[in-house]
Design a protein around this ligand. Structure first.
Ligand SMILES: Nc1ncnc2c1ncn2[C@@H]1O[C@H](COP(=O)(O)OP(=O)(O)OP(=O)(O)O)[C@@H](O)[C@H]1O
Length: 231
C-alpha cells in the first residue's frame, strides 16, 4: 500500500536519510525503531509530505506521491499523528476533532463512532479546551482527529512519548483494533521497544539515516538486533 524507495533527504549539507526503502501494508502494523536522531521523524515527514526528498520516491496504492502536497496525501488516505501531538490548545476537543474534516466531502463530515468507543474520554470532554487535557488525553485526541478523515494508512510518530502507562495500554488497544477491525495500515515510529514488540507485524530498525534490519517483532528478542536500538 505504501512504498518508499531509496529515499534520500538533506537538511542543507547534512544527509538525514541515506537511501531508505520501506513498505507498509493494509491490515498490518509496521514499526520503525531506532535511537534518537537516526532519521525516523524525517522519514515520516517525507512520507506525509512535510519534507521534500532530495531523491527517491514515495508511492501510495501504486501512485507516485512525490509531487503531491501534504494536503493531497491526506486526501488520498494518509493520516499523520506527529510527535508532540500538535493539537490546538485553544480549540475545544470537538473543534479539534472537526479540523479532521478538511479533506472530507460534506456527507462524511462526522466523527466515526469508533473514535469515542476507543477513547471515551474524548466524548466526556467534548467542550473542554485541548490545552486543558493531560498529555495522554491530548495524544488520544490527536489520534481521534486523524481517524476522523477515515484514513487508509495511519502514520504515528512516537505516540507513547511522555505518556502514562494506562493510556499507553489504551493506545495500544486502539492501534490493534484499527488493524484488526478496520483493516487500515499503521506505520508506527517508536522508541518504546516492548510496545513495538507487542504490536508490530513488521519491524524496521534505523541507524544514521539507513535501514539496518527488516524483520518480525520476535527479532527484537535477538541481542544482535537489540544492539542496534540500545543507547
Ligand atoms: N529541520 C531540520 N533541519 C536540520 N536538521 C534536522 C532537521 N530535522 C532533523 N534534523 C536532523 O536530522 C537528523 C535526523 O533527525 P530526526 O528527527 O529525523 O530523527 P529521529 O530518529 O526522529 O529522532 P527522535 O527520536 O529524537 O525524534 C538529526 O541529526 C537531526 O538533528
Amino acid at each position: 500500500m505504501l512504498e518508499v524507495t531509496n529515499a534520500i533527504l538533506h537538511y542543507g549539507a547534512a544527509e538525514a536519510l541515506r537511501g531508505v526503502s520501506l513498505t507498509a501494508e493494509a491490515g498490518k502494523i509496521t514499526c520503525v525503531l531506532g535511537r534518537n536522531g537516526v532519521g525516523k521523524t524525517s522519514l515520516m515527514r517525507s512520507i506525509v509530505g512535510h519534507n521534500r526528498l532530495t531523491s527517491g520516491s514515495v508511492a501510495f496504492e501504486g501512485k507516485a506521491l512525490d509531487r503531491s502536497a501534504a494536503y493531497d496525501r491526506a486526501r488520498s488516505g494518509i493520516a499523520f499523528v506527529p510527535q508532540g501531538r500538535e493539537i490546538f490548545p485553544l480549540l475545544t476537543v470537538k473543534e479539534n476533532l472537526e479540523t479532521g474534516y478538511a479533506p472530507l466531502g460534506r456527507a462524511d463530515r462526522n466523527v466515526p463512532g469508533h473514535v469515542f468507543e476507543l477513547f471515551p474520554v474524548l466524548r466526556q470532554m467534548l467542550s473542554r479546551r485541548g490545552g486543558d487535557l493531560s498529555g495522554g488525553q491530548q495524544q488520544q485526541l490527536a489520534i481521534g482527529r486523524s481517524l476522523v478523515m477515515r484514513p487508509k494508512l495511519l502514520v504515528l510518530d512516537e505516540p507513547t512519548e511522555g505518556i502514562q502507562p494506562s493510556i499507553i495500554k489504551d493506545i495500544g488497544r486502539a492501534i490493534r483494533y484499527l488493524r484488526d477491525s478496520t483493516g487500515i495500515g499503521v506505520l508506527l515510529v517508536e522508541q518504546y521497544l516492548d510496545f513495538c514488540r507487542d504490536l508490530a507485524d513488521v519491524v524496521y530498525i534505523m541507524d544514521r539515516g539507513q535501514i539496518m534490519h527488516r524483520g518480525q517483532a520476535e527479532d527484537l528478542d535477538n541481542p544482535e538486533v537489540r544492539k542496534l536500538i540500545m543507547v
